[in-house]
Design a protein around this ligand. Structure first.
Ligand code: SAH
Ligand code: SF4
Ligand code: F3S
Length: 432
């Protein structure tokens, strides 16, 4: 009988990608993936440490497995991802039901670690080994038309609020040759859109010319139609990459460019190393290169010391840029980060600012969606939509689009006449 694996992933796209890679690795060990924890032989929780709520969720999820484990003592529970890296042994102390803890830079060792676990050992592996884990992972088997490809991992920026430099380690760029051959293999399996992933993806330096050169080299791959990259830091957005947005048609006109705050005082306290004005200038340069570029961002409200005036500067920046979408977060103090000990903003103040910021962003998002109604836009179809008979995909500007259409649309890029805009998606019909 084949064994069954249940994976739950929290957090960013990098973590989603890691979750997929772990599932593929374990498929080679005879584990079939299931979407029901009740029938799993192994439950793998692939965790995120970025905010307290995300990190604590793991423990309530483990608690919820207690009756399952009581009914089937041979059920194994593994914790991977950034909580595994940050807390290591402490996880076993707090949740003795856990059998295995593995960090994001060592999961290629899972088969070896699981053998030890099967032999009855409690296993903790949170090393940052020198080898590239991707060299030790099986070739991808994808049936989807879109794929993630990790090109850079880790972060040396040490923003005062952020755990990523500790959980993912120092910045490492994968060599261009490996990335290009992985991309060719993906395209050979029918992938038409690749999203290059990195915690600071635009700091990639695996070859001369940086990320712009990599994008241009990838664009030469026949059969690859769309290239995206995420997440970028404003300070690593060089002239060549800005220019590539205007010159490389396969580079999609959507950019996630976190700014966090519109107040110079707060940006300084966050150690972001740029000012609001610099961000606005950068947006101008990007839009000069690619006038229809859609922008998204991340914001933190209620950072220690943030005043009402600082917050209004953030609202001002948002009004000036006009984002197509954005993620907004209330500041969450994280153990071991420089800002953790600073006196905070009262919770209700932070919450109020969060709601105010979200209202502005929701309006901008609605305006961006409504502006597309009546246009014909190319859509890459990925999967069935929410309604029966529908297929869903993404526009070049990363908007979700649904049409009535057959399953055979999957993997096709078709022009769609947009007829309706909703908060998070568009409706339309295939144009002749
Ligand atoms: N590498 C990316 C994203 C890192 S995490 C970057 O540099 O932008 C994703 C987002 O989570 C961040 O952009 C930030 O907005 C948010 N975030 C990170 N730490 C946080 C904290 N302690 N509290 C609240 N939000 C946080
Ligand atoms: Fe975290 Fe800042 Fe690095 Fe982004 S750039 S991962 S926010 S430390
Ligand atoms: Fe979370 Fe780790 Fe990603 S902390 S946001 S899963 S890099």
């Amino acid at each position: 009988m084949t064994k069954k694996l249940f994976v739950k992933t929290y957090g960013c796209q990098m973590n989603v990608h890691d979750g997929e890679r772990m599932a593929e690795l374990l498929a080679g060990q005879g584990y079939e993936q299931t979407d029901k924890a009740e029938e799993a032989d192994i439950v793998l929780l692939n965790t995120c440490h970025i905010r307290e709520k995300a990190a604590e969720k793991v423990y309530s999820d483990i608690g919820r497995l207690r009756p399952l484990r009581a009914a089937r003592p041979d059920l194994r529970i593994a914790v991977a991802g950034c909580v595994a890296q940050a807390e290591g042994e402490e996880i076993l102390a707090r949740a003795p039901m856990v059998d295995l803890v593995v960090g994001p830079q060592s999961y290629h060792n899972l088969p070896r670690l699981m053998a030890r676990m099967e032999a009855g050992e409690k296993v903790v592996e949170t090393e940052f080994p020198p080898e590239d884990k991707f060299d030790h992972l099986p070739t991808r088997r994808l049936r989807a038309p879109t794929a993630f490809l990790t090109v850079q991992e880790g972060c040396d920026k040490f923003c005062a609020f952020c755990v990523v430099p500790y959980t993912r380690g120092a910045e490492v760029s994968r060599p261009a040759e490996r990335i290009l051959s992985e991309a060719r293999a993906l395209v050979a399996q029918g992938v038409r859109e690749i999203t290059l992933l990195g915690q600071n993806v635009n700091a990639w330096h695996g070859a001369d010319g940086g990320l712009a050169a990599l994008v241009r080299a990838l664009a030469a791959t026949e059969g690859l139609d769309r290239i995206r990259y995420t997440t970028s830091h404003p300070n690593d957005m060089d002239e060549a990459l800005v220019a590539a947005h205007g010159e490389e048609p396969k580079l999609m006109p959507f950019l996630h460019l976190p700014v966090q705050s519109g107040s110079d005082r707060v940006l300084k306290a966050m150690n972001r190393r740029h000012e609001a004005e610099g961000y606005l200038r950068l947006v101008e340069r990007l839009r000069a290169a690619r006038p229809d570029l859609a922008l998204s961002s991340d914001f933190i409200v209620g950072f220690p010391g943030e005043t009402e005036e600082d917050f209004r500067a953030t609202l001002g920046l948002v009004e000036a840029v006009r984002f197509a979408s954005a993620f907004t977060f209330a500041y969450s103090p994280r153990p071991g980060t420089p800002a953790a000990g600073r006196p905070g903003v009262p919770e209700e103040v932070a919450h109020d600012r969060l709601l105010r910021l979200q209202a502005v962003i929701a309006r901008q998002q609605r305006e961006a969606q409504e502006a597309v109604v009546g246009q014909v836009v190319p859509v890459l179809f990925e999967k069935p939509g929410r309604m029966p008979g529908q297929m869903a995909g993404k526009s070049e500007h990363l908007m979700a689009v649904a049409v009535d259409g057959p399953e055979s649309l999957r993997g096709e890029i078709r022009p769609v006449r947009v007829t309706a805009a909703f908060q998070n998606s568009l409706g339309g019909e295939i144009a002749a």
